[in-house]
Design a protein around this ligand. Structure first.
Ligand code: C2E
Ligand code: MG
Ligand code: MG
Ligand code: MG
Length: 275
């Protein structure tokens, strides 16, 4: 069966029986252990404000260092939690953890806003808004310090419900970013229909703006379109000074990428600017 599905097989590592299982199945099993032993962590990647030079906004990125599997990328394990349904409790943990961190920064006299990634499945469930509001209240964090990042595309199956949840979050004071912009489809409809505050242009477009005049024009066009709609624009995956230079010239609002900083544990974020 595993052969038919073409999945890479790995030997069982727990010594129980001889049948090989797929890496996906192993990840799924180890995730259960992860919940019990709390091996998740959030890293934070600063976002540079290209106008003010401020770096106090960060994106929270989930990290999982498993005893057996080692570091597993969220790009690999999040889709598995979406299939298993674990995304809901892991998503709730991320929201709570981010709010706890926001509170710590407030207490330290150095407030930072935090963007958290939310799965389309969390948007589809009715629990997202109550979870977010409960976490903000529990930690005494102003809603203005939290941004929700969503991804566009086919995964948003019930658009009216997604819009309703996002609007409720907007009404509560949160900002909403459309992540990985340009990679999915129906992008223009999403810009029009979702109650957004921010558009994040995907790294694949930022990668080539120095070499491809066409991509530079596309990025410039997205920036102008977003601004015309009253939205802020963040460029993802900025790795070279030349990209930053071009993005600033194009009027991009915020930049994020290894050039500025990799995602790091909270205690490694630069204290008191600049990043
Ligand atoms: P994303 O939200 O688009 O996050 C950006 C990804 O690009 C992150 O990968 C980040 O580490 C990486 N990145 C940032 N700057 C650069 C750069 O200059 N160069 C390169 N090569 N990469 C850069 P990461 O942390 O592996 O996360 C991958 C994806 O997993 C995220 O993409 C997001 O979709 C998802 N994810 C991460 N954390 C969470 C979470 O808490 N919940 C959910 N639902 N998804 C998450
Ligand atoms: Mg993101
Ligand atoms: Mg992204
Ligand atoms: Mg992504």
């Amino acid at each position: 069966k595993a052969k038919q599905s073409g999945k890479r097989q790995v030997a069982r590592l727990d010594g129980q029986g001889a049948a090989p299982i797929t890496r996906n199945a192993l990840i799924r099993r180890r995730l259960t252990a992860a919940f019990e032993s709390r091996t998740f962590a959030l890293n934070y990647q600063p976002q540079l404000d290209l106008v003010t030079g401020d770096c106090s906004a960060v994106e929270a990125l989930l990290r999982w260092n498993d005893r057996v599997l080692g570091e597993v990328s969220p790009a690999e394990f999040i889709p598995i939690t979406e299939l298993s349904g674990d995304i809901h409790r892991i998503g709730e943990w991320v929201i709570d953890q981010a709010c706890a961190q926001a509170r710590q920064w407030l207490d330290a006299g150095e407030p930072r806003s935090i963007a958290i990634n939310v799965s389309p499945l969390q948007l589809a469930a009715r629990t997202l808004v109550p979870q977010v509001l409960a976490a903000l209240a529990a930690h005494g964090v102003p809603a203005e310090l939290l941004q929700i990042e969503i991804t566009e595309g086919s995964a948003i199956t019930d658009l009216p419900r997604a819009i309703g949840q996002l609007q409720a979050l907007r009404d509560a004071g949160l900002s909403i970013a459309l992540d990985d912009y340009g990679t999915g489809y129906s992008s223009l409809a999403m810009l029009r229909d979702l109650p957004l505050t921010t558009v994040k242009i995907d790294k694949t477009f930022i990668d080539t703006i120095e070499d491809s005049p066409q991509d530079a024009l596309l990025v410039g066009g997205v920036i102008d379109t977003a601004h015309a709609l009253g939205l802020r624009v963040t460029a993802e995956g900025v790795e070279r000074p030349g990209q930053l230079h071009l993005l600033r010239a194009m009027g991009c609002d915020t930049a994020q990428g290894y050039l500025i900083s990799r995602p790091v544990p909270a205690e490694l974020l630069p204290v008191a600017q600049p990043c």
